[in-house]
Design a protein around this ligand. Structure first.
Ligand code: NAP
Length: 309
């Protein structure tokens, strides 16, 4: 019997219990899934970082902590966490992000706002360029960035990307390092942030890097709020250096009511809804990792504690 502790807020249990039990059964795992096992008897923790477990020291027999979220910045530096940590890669979460990013890229590419708001009776027959003439830059070429790049390329966009390590063999230009970032930014009419928040990525968009974008570029940030220096972004919006920012993630969430992003005409705020872990598909990722753990196979999506993601 494998003891699995579900460590998330009470409200999450009803939506997760059945998908997890089904996924464990489908994987042939004999699991005792509960929210209150004795700590020293727990084999695996299924964790939401905003849930009840913040001290991992009592879980002396725990073989791995399986995060329910893609982002691990709230748990990766926890000094009591000595067990391996796996982050979430979920086809449902990925699909949701692809839909969000594609929708918002198309909004700006097609100039939809001009037709939705402020119609003034003037007939301006200026069709938008084709996608092939719109350069989209993606910061972060992981599970989410690559899936978004794939969809945008299928729509015809001129896609390029940036990651920590140089990825060979991608069907689009890819860059790494500080010089690579400048190259990527200079060719990004629309910039999508899908980086994790780490010491190395905090404020990756700042006064210097925002100035490397083409004048009037659009910024989409479904990554993490801390990737952007808010004051620098507001200044770049005010000069027109950034034409619009669609922001889903913020340094402080919920975004405080008096934050200037709410009122700024160049900012669209979405309330961290770009995507979410979907229990039915994500439970299969959890089950597969427990199956691997029990079989002595390497876990999927292990977090590199030093790199922070
Ligand atoms: P991932 O698979 O771990 O990919 C992360 C990517 O970022 C990798 O390509 C990595 O480079 C790159 N990267 C990391 N540090 C870097 C650095 N210092 N410089 C340049 N590139 C760097 O993560 P994911 O699953 O795609 O998720 C990305 C992020 O999306 C999550 O961490 C989370 O913050 C955010 N997210 C948001 C929502 C939402 O609803 N808004 C939902 C889910 C996730 P390498 O390829 O070289 O490793």
């Amino acid at each position: 019997m494998i003891r699995v502790l579900f460590a998330a807020r009470d409200a999450a249990w009803p939506e997760w219990e059945t998908p997890l039990r089904d996924a464990f059964a489908d994987a042939g795992l004999d699991v005792d899934l509960a929210r209150d096992h004795p700590a020293d008897k727990v084999d695996y923790i299924v964790l939401a970082p905003n849930g009840p477990v913040g001290d991992f020291a009592p879980f002396t027999a725990c073989k791995a902590v399986l995060n329910l979220w893609a982002g691990v910045e709230d748990v990766v530096h926890n000094p009591t966490l000595t067990q391996p940590l796996a982050r979430m890669v979920d086809p449902g979460l990925t699909q949701g992000m692809v839909e969000y990013v594609t929708g918002h890229v198309l909004r700006h590419h097609l100039g939809l706002d001009a037709h939705l708001h402020g119609q003034d009776g003037q007939w301006r027959p200026d069709p938008p360029p084709l996608a092939a003439d719109r350069r989209v830059g993606i910061l972060g070429l992981g599970a989410l960035g690559l899936a978004c790049a794939d969809m945008l390329r299928h729509l015809g966009f001129d896609v390029a990307g940036w990651s920590r390590r140089l990825h060979d063999g991608l069907p689009f230009p890819a860059f790494a390092g500080q010089d690579g970032l400048a190259t990527l930014l200079r060719r990004s009419d629309i910039l999508v942030l899908l980086l994790p928040l780490t010491d190395a990525t905090r404020h990756v968009l700042n006064a210097t890097t925002l100035a490397q974008l083409p004048m009037g570029a659009v910024v989409l940030n479904p990554g993490r709020g801390g990737l952007i220096d808010d004051a620098a972004l507001l200044a770049a919006l005010d000069t027109g250096q950034v034409g619009h920012a669609t922001l889903d993630t913020f340094t402080t969430e919920p975004l405080p009511p008096d934050h200037p992003f709410w009122a700024h005409p160049g900012v669209t705020v979405t309330p961290h809804i770009a995507s979410a872990t979907r229990p039915v598909t994500a439970a299969r990722t959890v089950a597969e990792n427990i199956r691997r753990g029990e079989a002595g196979e390497p876990l999927l999506h292990l977090v590199d504690r030093k790199a922070g993601y």
